[in-house]
Design a protein around this ligand. Structure first.
Ligand code: KIV
Ligand code: ZN
Length: 548
């Protein structure tokens, strides 16, 4: 595989005020507002440390007025992560004096503290939620932004539900906030209602029309109710926003917030298009994603962009073939860029011969063209039955091609008693290729275990059962059961062998599959036993009860 990073990855423009977008991470505030996402103080601190390693410009550490615990968590983050050279630490506050005082109490310990205060400005929110007139809202903003500014140099103001607010009123609101000392104006799409072009144009208009608008930082804050959060944030950046409010994995209220990793990697992957970069250390993205997923319990969807399990996985034969020739055919960024070690070629029913050959070679199998053709047929059959073909499957598959499965032992009879209450017991009659018959019993935790133990007592060949799969070939109660097993031989040069058995009785199918795997193992490991020459040394202990 090509180790070179993609051409598009390698170029990133130099940072300047104009081409740098600040990454404001609100995982610990808006993200933590995801239903069921709450984290302990210790977990929040750990996430904050990772955000700092990631290189975010601002950490919104929480909403100090929400509870004494929240205040304490923000205070600890301000003290321990917001140190000299670290990120700005922001605390959220409604546009009320008590909230602002609590936010200041918590963030003042940071080297670079910020108070982020907000008040709704859409008619709907003002009338129905706040029961305030426009005049009252303007006056509240004037006094509270002013109050916040008397405490802290760095003030951010958000007109909540901005995208459903009247633009002329928004201009007035933003002007008052700027006049009172706000240096960052955040224009939230609180309910994920906007679209990329509309949101871009809103920024362009607000920046152009708001007195003092060119001297402050404009910020985008999007929710994903229509699945447009990332697109809208990028739209805002095109419109002049130079701060993006985001969360790791896009967690947040309802459908979530803009995903940090998506915005960062869009800018990183398309530098010529945006000519704007963040200061994020992209190789820390996956680590941050996993940390947040673990602590919040909100898993990352497999197909999630950038950090999902399948983001760098390829199954289609055409794609795998392309990837093996040049990764850039099907990947626009390297997995290493986001902190993964490599892409994944998932072997499944859509995979081609090329990928199978490469994976088998990686596993140490050099097959001839004919062997590969045969292995590929078996692989396709297996992939039809099994969702994921594992390396153990492939090793077993390759061993099958390289070894002629000699029937050293054959199961002639199998009887099992089980149920409740009873001790699952199996009795096997096995025919050896030496002409002898062996009868043994085994007890186990269930009927299959009992059957395997009975077989083990005859064959006496040390192995570990790696995998046991059972599925029905046909539908209904009389379905034919198919079983595949994978066993690993003991010893320092252990190898994996597979066996397959089918029968209407699933216990019999299991015993056949296990026996087949054992036969392959004995043949491959070259036991002294060969058909017709008497019992091998490994059969010591097995009692021939019906000698020929
Ligand atoms: O979505 C929103 O409007 C918010 C504000 C508090 C910024 O989260
Ligand atoms: Zn929000």
């Amino acid at each position: 595989m090509a180790a070179e990073p993609r051409g598009t990855d390698s170029h990133s423009p130099a940072n300047s005020l104009e081409n740098h977008v600040r990454i404001f991470d609100t995982t610990l505030r808006d993200g933590e507002q995801s239903p069921g996402a709450s984290m302990t103080s210790a977990e929040k601190l750990e996430v904050a440390r990772q955000l700092s390693t990631l290189g975010v410009d601002v950490i919104e550490a929480g909403f100090p007025a929400a509870s004494p615990d929240d205040l304490e968590a923000v205070r600890r983050i301000a003290t321990e992560v917001g140190t000299q050279g670290g990120p700005i630490v922001a605390g959220l506050a409604r546009c009320w004096r008590e909230d602002i005082d609590k936010a200041w109490e918590a963030v003042q310990h940071a080297a670079k503290p910020r108070i982020h205060t907000f008040l709704a400005t859409s008619d709907l929110h003002m009338e129905r939620k706040l029961a305030m007139t426009r005049e009252q809202v303007l006056s509240q903003i004037e006094h509270m932004v002013g109050h916040a500014r008397s405490l802290c140099d760095d003030i951010e103001f958000s007109p909540e539900d901005a995208t459903r607010s009247e633009v002329d009123f928004l201009v007035e609101v933003c002007k008052i906030a700027i006049d009172q000392g706000a240096t960052t104006l955040n224009i939230p799409d609180t309910v994920g209602y906007s679209t990329p072009i509309e949101y871009r144009d809103l920024f362009a208009e607000l920046i152009a029309r708001t007195p003092g608008g060119k001297d402050v930082i404009w910020s985008a804050h999007c929710h994903d109710d229509l699945g447009l959060a990332t697109a809208n944030t990028l739209g805002a950046i095109e419109g002049g926003a130079r701060q993006a409010e985001v969360t790791i994995n896009g967690i947040g209220e309802r459908a979530g917030n803009t995903a940090l990793e998506e915005v960062v990697m869009a800018l990183h992957t398309r530098p010529a298009l945006y000519e704007i970069s963040s200061r994020i250390n992209t190789t820390e993205l996956v680590r941050a994603s996993r940390l947040v997923a673990n602590y919040t319990g909100i898993g990352v969807p497999r197909n999630k962009a950038i950090v999902g399990e399948n983001a760098f996985a390829h199954e289609a034969g055409i794609h795998q073939d392309g990837m093996l020739k040049d990764q850039r055919t099907y990947e626009i960024m390297t997995p290493q860029t986001v902190g993964l070690t490599q892409s994944k070629l998932v072997l499944g029913k859509h995979s081609g011969k090329h990928a199978l050959k490469v994976r088998l070679e990686e596993l140490g199998f050099e097959l001839t063209r004919e062997e590969l053709a045969e292995a590929f047929l078996r692989f396709k059959r297996l992939a039809d039955q099994k969702k994921n073909v594992t390396d153990a499957d492939l090793q077993a598959l390759a061993n099958q091609e390289l070894l002629s499965p000699e029937e050293i032992f054959t199961i002639e009879e199998l009887q099992v008693t089980c149920g409740r209450p009873s001790i699952p017991t199996a009795t096997v009659r096995i025919q050896g290729a030496n002409g002898q018959e062996y009868v043994m019993t085994g007890v186990g935790t269930g009927p299959v275990d009992a059957a395997f133990r009975a077989i083990d007592r005859v064959v006496d060949a040390e192995n570990t059962l790696l995998e046991y799969n059972v599925h029905s070939v046909t539908e209904g109660i009389n379905a034919l059961g198919e079983v595949t097993v994978r066993i690993e031989s003991a010893g320092s040069e252990s190898r994996i062998f597979g066996g397959y058995g089918a029968d209407a009785d699933v216990i019999v199918a299991s015993a056949k599959a296990y026996m087949a795997a054992l036969n392959r193992m004995l043949a491959a490991l070259g036991t002294k036993y060969t058909a017709g020459e008497g019992a091998p040394a490994t059969l010591a202990g097995a009692g021939p009860v019906r000698p020929n």
